[in-house]
Structures are given as C-alpha cells and as structure tokens.
Design a protein around this ligand. Structure first.
Ligand code: FES
Ligand code: FES
Length: 164
C-alpha cells in the first residue's frame, strides 16, 4: 500500500504515491528521473547520493522518501540557474561550484562530483570563506575513488573566492 507525499524538488512541486520503504535517492532517480544524484554504497559511507533537504546536506540513501514529505529538496540538477523546468538549465550557465570544479579539474570520472558539490554548497552556505582544513572536514563523508581530493578542495576554495 502506497503513501502519498508532497515534495518540492528543485522548485517544482510533486505529489506522488510511494512505497513506504522507498529510499529518497530512488525516489529522485527512478520516480522523478533526476539521475544526477548517484548511488554508491547505499550504506551512508560514500556521499555520492548527497542532496539538500530543507537546505541541509543529507545522504539520500539514508532517508525514506516518506520522510521528505512536506520538504524542499535540491539535487545537482537544481544547482545551475534554471528556468521553469528544473531540468532545463540556461545554456552555458553553471553554479559557481560547478564552474570551479570544471576550472580546477576537480573531477576525474565524476561519479562523486554531484555529492561533493552538494556537500560543498552546504558548507559554503554556513561558512562563506572556509579554510582548507574546514573544507576537508566538511568532505569527510564524501569519498572520491579517483582520489582527486586535492583539486576538489582547490575547486571549493576557488568557488568561495579564495585559494587553498
Ligand atoms: Fe548514499 Fe553512499 S550511496 S552514502
Ligand atoms: Fe571519480 Fe571522484 S572523480 S570518484
């Protein structure tokens, strides 16, 4: 038996019937088709699935979709400036963090990148000018299997307007 939830995702309101055991990450990817959020471990270890729920970074494999009922969720697709459909971004415009990851070569395979950017955005919303140590601390729940941490930290520092 499903349960009806109402959530706002990337500025768009949804009302969907979901299975009570459906994870938020699967709701985003499979029900809404927002596949920018990746699934790595499904055990809260890797951070690939990080999204924002009511402005706070959350590992979406650790939450049920029903727990997001009434919340505002932002995924990587909602980070760049977008028009009425959250999945259509304006040509060539990236979020400053996305641009900085591009400029600073902050990714290799890119699998961890959406989660890294969402975790970094949470950090910068609380601390506009973090030190390298604070950036590394904020990313401790996000794993990059390509071990590209140095450029990831540089990218976040650049987005914050500094240099690591
Ligand atoms: Fe959620 Fe790894 S998939 S933390
Ligand atoms: Fe490949 Fe991070 S860039 S996992």
């Amino acid at each position: 038996m499903g349960q009806v939830i109402k959530v706002e995702v990337n500025g768009k309101a949804y009302e969907k019937e979901v299975e009570p055991r459906l994870l938020l990450v699967h709701f985003l990817r499979e029900t809404l088709g927002l596949t920018g959020t990746n699934v790595g471990c499904e055990t809260s270890l890797c951070g690939a699935c990080t999204v924002h729920v009511d402005g706070v970074a959350v590992k979406s494999c650790t939450q049920l979709a029903v727990q997001a009922d009434g919340s505002k969720v932002t995924t990587i697709e909602g980070m760049s400036p977008h028009d009425d459909s959250a999945r259509l971004r304006r040509d060539g415009q990236l979020h400053p963090l996305q641009q900085a990851f591009w400029d600073e070569h902050g990714l290799q395979c890119g699998y961890c990148t959406p989660g890294m950017i969402m975790a970094a955005a949470d950090l910068l919303s609380k601390n506009a000018s973090p030190s390298e140590k604070e950036i590394r601390e904020a990313l401790k729940g996000n794993v990059c299997r390509c071990t590209g941490y140095h450029n990831i930290v540089r990218a976040i520092a650049a987005a914050a307007g500094g240099a690591s």
